[in-house]
Design a binder for this molecule. Sequence first.
Ligand code: GLY
Length: 388
Amino acid sequence: MSPTRTSDVLVIGGGIIGLVTAWRAAQRGFATAVVDPAPGGGAAQVAAGMLAAVTELHYGEQTLLGLNLASARRYPAFAAELTEATGQDLGYRRCGTLAVALDADDRAHLRELHALQRQSGLESEWLTGRECRRLEPMLAPGVRGGLRVDGDHQIDPRRLAAALVTACERAGVVFHREWAERLTLARDRTAGVLTRAGDALGAGQVVLAAGSLSGRLAGVPEEVLPPVRPVKGQVLRLTMPERHGPFLSRTVRAVVRGSHVYLVPRENGELVIGATSEELGWDTTVTAGGVYELLRDAHELVPGLTELPLTETRAGLRPGSPDNAPLLGPTALDGLLLATGHYRNGVLLTPVTGDALAHALTTGELPDEARPFTPQRFRTAALTEQPA
Ligand code: GLY
């Protein structure tokens, strides 16, 4: 075994959540390291990058909405700071979103979403089918109505990840490009990580931010192991033509036969179509059925897209949690913190997660807005579920 190399903060996982945590920790003066074989990889290489606090609102997720909105509010300053720190374009596009309905059932569903948005004090405007097509002329003539949400934007997650790697490097974060094999403990507290290559990395505090893999790290005591599972998403990338006027000028989404489909047009001509949602464990196969369903549903929304070159098909794993919300901050094991379980909102929640973890690493506590997302909520639930 190599001799121990130590840092104040060691982050396991170099996806966008681990990287933002490391960047913010280094900015606070912690000697910070990240352990990951390929920093900047992970689910961000697949994600579409919608910042969709309003259009992805679900019943029963009002607490999560508060965190999503807090992060959405931070995005302009966060993107400006990261661009300033790295000189890199993040593909941050304040373009808004249009959620549309294709039939009477979809319209009823969208009306309910609109009511929930209004009850929650969110800005969204009901449009007729004709008004939707005036905004987005490529939409199918059969569109029955829609919701215009001017506050739901997008960023390019691949650029975001690359910029965070650069920002970390410039802030002095050390990268150990290897797999974390096991959490190491000493006298009932976190001591560091043993890597697959046999390096012992010591740390004052360890942040487990390994996305869907977070529940699998050896050495983590069972009672603090995060209840995170992989939820597969297949995503397509097409290229839009260069011509007068945009193919689509904003994110367009719908629920078709119960499945979510979204089309995210980037300024560089990429059109991202997502996403399936499949509970298939660690499988990341791109299937004919997945591609077919996405193209079938997207084609119903925007018939002209079948003319476009299909440039990439890929599948990633969302880190799902039992209540669809992230697990943030200190665990019951001294020195171990979590930043995982972001499920469908990892890109949106990147700024607020970085701030919350920096606060927790500095003070030992979560800031008020992040308190409901303590990992301890599952521990309490497990204890109260014990039979009498
Ligand atoms: N937030 C989009 C997705 O998870 O597919």
